[in-house]
Design a protein around this ligand. Sequence first.
Ligand code: MN3
Length: 244
Amino acid sequence: MNKRDFIKTLSLIGFASVSKFSFAGNAPVFTGKQSLDNGFGGFKLPELGLGYDELEPHIDKRTMEIHYTKHHATYVKNLNEATKGTELEGKDIEAILTYISAKDNALKNNGGGHYNHTLFWKLLTPKSSKTPGGELLKAIEATFGSFDKFKELFAAEAKTRFGSGWAWLSVNSKKELFISSTQNQENPLMVKIVRESGYPILALDVWEHAYYLNYQNKRVDYISAFWNVVNWTEVEQRYLSAIQ
Ligand code: MN3
């Protein structure tokens, strides 16, 4: 990594928050938007913030437990191993993901895996309002026509993502909402990798490990169930943060 390459990346992104990047030596330091991983000296499995059974019957206890303690924990372990002793050790995960390119497989898979799951847990709640409110609802209606239409488009993106991946609602550099999906553990922060980049505000894991125990091959049923547990308060906070 060098500063010139990093600045080139930043100019591609265009987020207001990204202009707050600063440099400590050659390492990126993110001083803008609150990080999912602020203030630690290594990547850590975050608090789940939920009991494993709290999302039942929509997402079952066993799936939550394995997903968090095995899958997510493994991404964290491998990310720490991949960055140990390098200038990226313990650095802001959002900054790292905006910087990497497609050939950075360890960072892409494990950094993406850690970030995506950390975000996903924050977006789930047993006390879902079922619909967003305020500015986010207005933006969704203006962009997609209606909230139901948005759900239909998002579900279609999640359903048709072939193999393992994620569906996203994100905010682009023009502060517009867009729906996308990515393969494996890629995400919209990875400006050098994905077709459409932006700041993700809603995420749905459509890897089979996220639903297979309860739904087997019925990904569509899992996607329908997801709408019952979305933490729209968190999604709206992320939206407001992204359009500042
Ligand atoms: Mn997963």
